[in-house]
Design a binder for this molecule. Structure first.
Ligand code: SF4
Ligand code: SF4
Ligand code: SF4
Length: 311
């Protein structure tokens, strides 16, 4: 019923560059003449067996080594995302109040690649966060100043600041692989096709098929998680209980960019520019009326005396 989805067509792939940017933090970009097709990764929670092949593939592809940590009494390992674990499986035991059955909900956590990314909006460093026209949100580490504003701006609590180099890290949606026509490493490694990758339209069609199948098996609330509050996402979930996303390790029901970020980028930014402008005008007027600031003979002799008494 669901044949394997091949990698995207290599011939159609191009290297991502400045020409593919639709957003760049703290700066403007020219609208690209030609936009890439929106891509998406679909994670079908109902097919995940929690094997963590995706998590291992991510470490392997990105050449990351997670330091030995501690066991928090769950299968989550490490317990949460880190600068060196860009994706982590989150395991939740949930008692279904209707059936009284214990359900084991397993969700792959990581960046959702929001169409309207709060991280990018909050970032004050020019070019530290970019969004390509296919929807992928990428961090450009050489431009990152480690201020942590992206963490505050993200409604999914995703970026992590590294103690080693004070830079922010998160899943790249394997932009390096996608740019040459390969699917993400995690999707390639998944043995059950719980993770599939393709155009966003294809992924929505694929999700429709899965949701019909789940509904036919009694999951009447099965649905797609593609939250409109952030303009939709380029990582989507098929959930068997889509009416309660929060039971999947706290997946937000209606994620939105914090109003503080909107203020920081809107009113506060323009108020700051207005204050700077007022100081500049004051400086020019002061110079015109009072003339340049000169050091008088008295000032010079007082300074000389002070230097001599201190030496
Ligand atoms: S999930 Fe967070 S880090 Fe990822 S694109 Fe959205 S706002 Fe940015
Ligand atoms: S898309 Fe790439 S970077 Fe993101 S979780 Fe999968 S393997 Fe890791
Ligand atoms: S590889 Fe697939 S089945 Fe295994 S944990 Fe990841 S998503 Fe689940």
């Amino acid at each position: 019923m669901f044949p394997p989805i091949p990698n995207p067509d290599l011939k159609a792939a191009t290297k991502f560059g400045e020409k593919d940017l639709i957003r760049r933090s703290a700066s403007r970009v020219a609208e690209p003449a030609q936009k890439l097709t929106p891509m998406a990764k679909l994670i079908d929670v109902s097919k995940c067996i929690g094997c963590k092949a995706c998590q291992s593939a991510c470490l392997e592809w990105n050449d990351l080594r997670e330091p030995v940590g501690f066991n928090d009494g769950t299968y989550n390992n490490p317990p949460d995302l880190t600068p060196t674990s860009l994706t982590v499986m989150k395991f939740t035991e949930w008692v279904n109040p209707e059936t009284r059955n214990l359900e084991w909900l397993i969700r792959k956590d990581g960046c959702m690649h929001c169409a309207d990314p709060g991280c990018l909006k909050a970032c004050p460093a020019p070019g530290a966060i970019v969004q390509y026209s296919n929807g992928i949100v990428d961090f450009v580490h050489e431009n990152c100043i480690g201020c942590g504003y992206c963490v505050k701006g993200c409604p999914f609590n995703i970026p992590r600041i590294s103690k080693a180099d004070s830079k922010a890290y998160k899943c790249t949606l394997c932009s390096d692989r996608v740019s040459v026509g390969q699917g993400p490493a995690c999707a390639k490694a998944c043995p059950t096709q719980a993770i599939v990758f393709g155009t966003k339209d294809e992924m929505k069609q694929w999700a429709d098929g899965r949701i019909k199948d789940l509904k036919s098996r009694g999951y009447k609330n099965a649905g797609l998680y593609d939250p409109p509050g952030v303009g939709g996402t380029h990582v989507m979930y098929v959930l068997h209980h889509a009416d309660q996303p929060e039971i999947y390790a706290g997946l937000p029901r209606d994620p939105r960019i914090s109003p503080l970020v909107e203020i920081w980028k809107g009113v506060a930014k323009y108020a700051g520019l207005a204050v700077m402008g007022a100081f500049a005008v004051f400086g020019v007027l002061h110079h015109a009326v009072m003339g340049p600031n000169r050091v008088t003979r008295e000032d010079e002799s007082a300074a000389k005396q002070l230097t001599e008494t201190q030496s």
